[in-house]
Ligand binder design. Structure first.
Ligand code: PLP
Length: 388
């Protein structure tokens, strides 16, 4: 059976061109970038080349990019780094209630260390209200962190507006752009952000590598102590193959982004329309327009998301319910609850995220397979019987 992968927000396959670019870093170009002989200097050169590519994609300067082990580390680095470095100015952080666990859990750990965190609500579409941010700022606020695009329901946040508010108030502004970079335009100056998290495996790069953009002049403490790598901000021998692969993935994304976004938006809208037409008691989660080109998230009443996933898997279709990190837990998604969904609606959610190898035939297959799965599950559902 041909498998249909529709979980590109969880991770993307590594692009064959990226793999090809990485391979020599394991063999002939294996040097430690800190070594002064040619092997080392070649590796260092390759890293610096990748740094320029990543910086270019988001309109930053190369020296403002610190490579990390992924998006989670970039988020931890931004939040803890700024909170601790600016403790003498204040202990208050503002974030939203729909952030990725990497941000929420970093905030929780800071709360245990005496910081105060405001988790702002969102509207029914998952949008943060900029005025709520303005009102939440106090003279103790040092950092605002709001994601650029949500990983579960794809809503794109008003980052530019929040950036202006942060700047006026003299507060650092971080955005988790892990799901946005490489998919929609990201320009750190237009957005007005001081820190921005990225991850390579969401844009056809390898897993285990990401980066934090740190605007020049931003005060933050180092994430790891040891050697002098990454301008002393993040010690440890660099993941040369990963960073080189990240650079190549970014280069490809830059070339293909606008065309790909248009293609995926068309497929996304076809799938949304088809699902809403073919299945009753279904709703689209997230904003209908201000959403990532590849994200479809629906709640299907009277059915469990896990049951739909397993049945789809039997048909060779990979999707997700909630975020990948919590797919083995039965807790309702904090993101869907924040939209005002009931725990039952949140449990009945299904996320399809499209990518480079998704085509119309695959969308057609989902539209053919899912409605009978829902009908079958509803026929056995105690949720529906209770409702009748
Ligand atoms: N932030 C967001 C919005 C994500 O979607 C993810 C991954 O799912 C992360 C952070 C974590 O990135 P990584 O897997 O590179 O640690």
């Amino acid at each position: 059976m041909k498998r249909i992968y529709l979980d590109y927000a969880a991770t993307t396959p590594t692009h064959p061109e990226v793999v090809k670019t990485m391979l020599p870093c394991f063999t002939e170009a294996f040097g430690n970038p800190s070594s002064i002989y040619s092997y080392g200097q070649e590796a260092k050169g390759a890293i610096e080349e990748a740094r320029v590519k990543v910086a270019n994609l988001i309109n930053a300067r190369a020296e403002e990019i610190a490579f990390t082990s992924g998006g989670t580390e970039a988020d931890n680095f931004a939040l803890k780094g700024v909170a601790f470095a600016n403790e003498n100015r204040g202990n208050h952080i503002i974030t939203s209630s729909i952030e990725h666990h990497a941000v929420i859990e970093s905030c929780k750990s800071l709360e245990k260390r005496g910081f105060r965190v405001t988790y702002l609500p969102v509207d029914e579409y998952g949008l943060v209200t900029p005025d709520d941010i303005r009102r939440a700022i106090t003279n103790k606020t040092t950092l605002i962190s709001v994601m650029q695009a949500n990983n579960e329901m794809g809503t794109i946040e008003p980052i530019t507006e929040i950036g202006k508010i942060a700047k006026e108030a003299g507060v650092y502004f971080h955005t988790d752009a892990v799901q946005a970079v490489g998919h929609i335009p990201v320009d750190v100056n237009e957005l007005g952000v001081d820190l921005l998290s990225m991850s390579a495996h969401k844009l056809y790069g390898p897993k285990g590598v990401g980066a934090l953009y740190i605007r020049k002049g931003t005060k933050l403490v180092a994430f790891m102590h040891g050697g002098e790598q990454e301008r002393r901000r993040r010690a440890s021998t660099e993941n040369v193959p990963g960073i080189v692969g990240f650079g190549k993935a970014v280069e490809l994304a830059q070339q293909e982004m606008s065309e790909e976004a248009e293609r995926l938006t068309y497929l996304r809208d076809q799938l949304i329309k088809g699902l809403l037409e073919r299945i009753d008691h279904i709703r689209l989660n997230g904003h209908p327009l201000k959403r990532l080109p590849n994200n479809i998230n629906v709640s299907v009443d009277y059915v469990e998301g896990e049951s739909m996933l397993l049945n789809l898997d039997l048909e060779g279709i990979c999707a997700s319910t909630g975020s990948a990190c919590s797919s083995s837990s039965l807790e309702s998604s904090h993101v869907l609850l924040a939209l005002g969904l009931s725990p039952e609606q949140a449990h009945g959610s299904l996320r399809f995220t499209l990518g480079k190898w998704t085509n119309e035939e695959e969308i057609g297959r989902v539209l053919e397979v899912l409605p009978p799965i829902v009908a079958k599950l509803r026929a056995m559902s105690p949720l529906l019987k209770n409702h009748r």
